[in-house]
Design a protein around this ligand. Structure first.
Ligand SMILES: NC(=O)c1ccc[n+]([C@@H]2O[C@H](COP(=O)([O-])OP(=O)(O)OC[C@H]3O[C@@H](n4cnc5c(N)ncnc54)[C@H](O)[C@@H]3O)[C@@H](O)[C@H]2O)c1
Length: 326
């Protein structure tokens, strides 16, 4: 990547997006951040993410634009005015459970905005790479683990997962039609400072520290390959850098060390120094039993090497939450 490059980042005010923007600015890139400040969680938290980015990078060249990645006229104008060298498309509706309640909305937001971003990118002659956020949920309840990018992913078990697979396929289509390098990144449960408040680690740290009951779905044996945000950002930047050499490529960005729900709760309890109060509930439809990344391809092709162990990451997230509340 050349230092002068302009990168268009969607979902820039969100959890992963704000960290990606911070890293890009730190490397001297100009960033056009696009975010519609959706109502999945309070706008104030996204404003806080951006304030943290601006504090960390006071001289960074960040232009934030409030708007929708599915708004073709807006994206077309941004492409004309800023001529980004590439796009990192992270703006989407996350969350498995709400997608079961609102499948059509998830299709409209996630798939349509990806099609618009791809179409406006390919029409801009300056824009020569496209990175999009997929998810480990595309593996569904795969029978064997760890999950490798070559496995069959034709049986997602939630509308959210189906939209993410559709985005990957849309990326492959544009890559075929226009020779656009498209990297689809399968993120495995990302955590760390600025994590969405509805996600388990964030919510559990908050509730356990206050002695409030935590909702626990199933018997605690489900597992997740939790991945610390800094490691994810390393992978996003490496894929942006190397996408042109690979054309159309899917990469897993995980930690390859699954943690059971029971172990996760024990870690949270150790970190906050308080016994958890458990509100046991039935297993949730749409939730996969486990996630477990095979990192052979991303290690070999991206030099991806996650460094932050689970408990250390939870300690960093908790320290950040305490700083925010101070
Ligand atoms: N956090 C995880 O564990 C995880 C795991 C797998 C995949 N992902 C994917 O990574 C991406 C980022 O997730 P996150 O955890 O940072 O979520 P987030 O909700 O914190 O960030 C997403 C941001 O995108 C914005 N947004 C949503 N729809 C938009 C649209 N149509 N146009 C412009 N902006 C829009 C939201 O306002 C929000 O600020 C998403 O695509 C998500 O599906 C996240």
């Amino acid at each position: 990547m050349n230092a002068e490059e302009t990168v268009l980042v969607t979902g820039a005010a969100g959890f992963i997006g704000s960290h990606v923007v911070e890293r890009l600015l730190g490397e001297g890139r100009r960033v056009i951040g696009l975010d519609n400040f959706d109502d999945v969680y309070p706008r104030a938290l996204k404003e806080r993410n951006l304030a943290e980015v601006r504090r960390a990078r006071p001289s960074g060249a960040l232009t934030m634009v409030e708007g929708d990645a599915g708004d073709a006229a807006l994206v077309s104008r941004l492409m004309r005015e800023h001529r980004p060298a590439g796009v990192i498309h992270l703006g989407a509706k996350g969350g498995v459970r709400p997608s079961i309640e609102m499948p059509a909305l998830y299709c409209r937001v996630n798939i349509e905005s990806t099609a618009v971003m791809l179409e406006e990118s390919r029409k801009c002659d300056a824009c020569r790479r496209f990175v999009l956020a997929s998810s480990s949920s595309v593996y569904g309840n795969a029978e064997s683990a760890p999950f490798s990018e070559t496995m069959d992913v034709s049986t997602p078990i939630s509308p959210y997962a189906a939209t993410k697979r559709a985005c990957e396929l849309m990326g492959a289509t544009f890559s075929h039609l226009y020779k656009m390098p498209v990297a689809s990144l399968r993120f495995f449960t990302v955590f760390g400072p600025r994590q969405r408040p509805s996600l388990a680690i964030s919510m559990f740290l908050e509730k356990v520290s206050k002695g409030q009951p935590i909702p626990v779905f199933g018997d605690g044996s489900t597992s997740r390959d939790y991945t610390y945000i800094d490691d994810i950002v390393d992978g996003v930047l490496a894929s942006y850098d190397r996408a042109p050499a690979h054309g159309c490529r899917v990469w897993n960005l995980g930690n390859s060390e699954p943690v059971t729900l029971t172990e996760m709760i024990a870690t949270v309890a150790r970190v906050v120094g308080r016994e958890p109060v458990i509100d046991r509930r039935g297993a949730q439809p749409g939730d996969v039993e486990r996630t477990f990344a095979d990192l052979s391809r991303s290690r070999a092709e991206l030099g991806y090497a996650p460094r932050v162990a689970f408990e250390e990451g939870v300690r960093r997230q908790w320290a950040w939450m305490n700083r925010c509340h101070a």
